[in-house]
Ligand binder design. Structure first.
Ligand SMILES: [Zn+2]
Length: 235
């Protein structure tokens, strides 16, 4: 991956992310998807255009069809979040994949799951703890991550645009319909205002699923600790 080719604003992000992927041995495939987008990535200093499906107005956003980041407020944490979207974009004329998000002519799904996990990685990789719209999601995302025996596998799935592994890991504990319900709720929440009550309901659902499966309490509580999770290192 050649830093010279990318817009200078993103050069530090490229370096940090590249190091992260290499140090944690996530695999070259993760770098290849990113490299294909970064050279043509543009930054537009404007609000992100919204449409009827996304009723909120955003100070930043990523247009994956055009590979353009919109940035209005110049907040580094927003910019690195959008950068992660650009880094995980795999688009052809039949399907658009961005991290876990997928869209075809007939459906789009995993929008909320992708936003929440992107924000988790934004904090973990770039050490930037500015609050964002998706912070309320983080507890839910942490529980999903906890369902992986090795959480690096979830990172690998993200960087290779493959939500299938999440489904597989979730189904070690919960059912297919619980998984679909969870992802649908996350989609709704990400596209509208996030209410604490919705978050609590989903967390409770996940707690119950986990409890039924006898995951050690202590280990689980540890996993929900903010610093432990977002800054989690290989022990
Ligand atoms: Zn986002």
């Amino acid at each position: 991956m050649n830093n010279q080719k990318c817009c200078p604003t993103f050069a530090p992000f490229v370096q940090t992310l590249k190091n992260y992927i290499l140090v944690h041995d996530l695999g070259y495939e993760c770098l290849n998807i990113g490299a294909a987008n970064i050279s043509g990535l543009e930054i537009i200093k404007d609000k992100f255009e919204t449409n009827e499906e996304y009723p909120l107005k955003w100070n930043s956003g990523y247009n994956y069809a055009q590979n353009k980041i919109f940035d209005f407020g110049d907040v580094e944490a927003y910019l690195s979040h959008e950068f992660l979207h650009a880094f995980t974009r795999l688009v052809n004329d039949k399907i658009s994949l961005v991290g876990f998000f997928r869209e075809t002519e007939n459906y789009n799904f995993f929008f909320g799951l992708n936003e929440g996990y992107t924000e988790l990685l934004n904090k973990r990789i770039f050490n930037n703890y500015t609050r964002t719209h998706y912070d309320l999601f983080l507890d839910i995302i942490r529980i999903i991550e906890f369902m992986f025996d090795d959480y690096r596998d979830m990172e690998r799935s993200y960087f290779t645009c493959n939500p299938f592994y999440i489904y597989q890991n979730f189904c070690k504990y919960g059912t297919k319909s619980e998984f679909v319900y969870l992802c649908e709720q996350l989609d709704i929440m990400a596209k509208t205002r996030i209410e604490e009550k919705q978050v609590t309901n989903l967390k409770n659902m996940l707690y119950d699923i986990i409890k039924e499966n006898n995951i050690m309490n202590y280990e689980f509580e540890m996993a929900l600790d903010d610093k432990h999770f977002t800054k989690r290192k290989v022990s």
